[in-house]
Design a protein around this ligand. Sequence first.
Ligand code: SF4
Ligand code: SF4
Length: 146
Amino acid sequence: MLFMTQNILKNFVRPKATRAYPFVVREPFENFRGELVNDMDKCIFCSMCAKKCPSQCITVDRTTGTWDCDPYACVYCSVCVDSCPVNSLSMKNQHRKPAVVKEPLLLKGTPPQPKKKTGARAKASGSETPPADRTAPGGDDTPKAE
Ligand code: SF4
Ligand code: SF4
């Protein structure tokens, strides 16, 4: 009983160990893993995030220009953020807001157009521009009689 009374008296003078949440909110830690966001202006639709995601909750479609993530399957591991080659993915320092309907995070962007092959690479793949029509006027390369 004496031990308990000592503790009670100490707790009256000690600073509080808890906060009056939600009126007092703690500052997030450094590198806090909150809501996942994608800057679609930077995204190059390389699918690296989808390949590396351990939850397989990211789908990247170059043809439709869509990037989507199921935030309810995401485990907020940040592997996708670390593997994005153009740093288009990041995590906010806040948790995602609660919702009553499960909606995926569906974003639209513009996938980069594939580059045209030129020079030796084009020759190797056989897609080089065909030579000029030799039957056309001025295109005849037959040896001329002397
Ligand atoms: S944070 Fe982890 S689980 Fe969530 S989408 Fe990125 S890689 Fe997948
Ligand atoms: S978010 Fe990053 S890793 Fe994912 S498809 Fe876009 S550029 Fe590639």
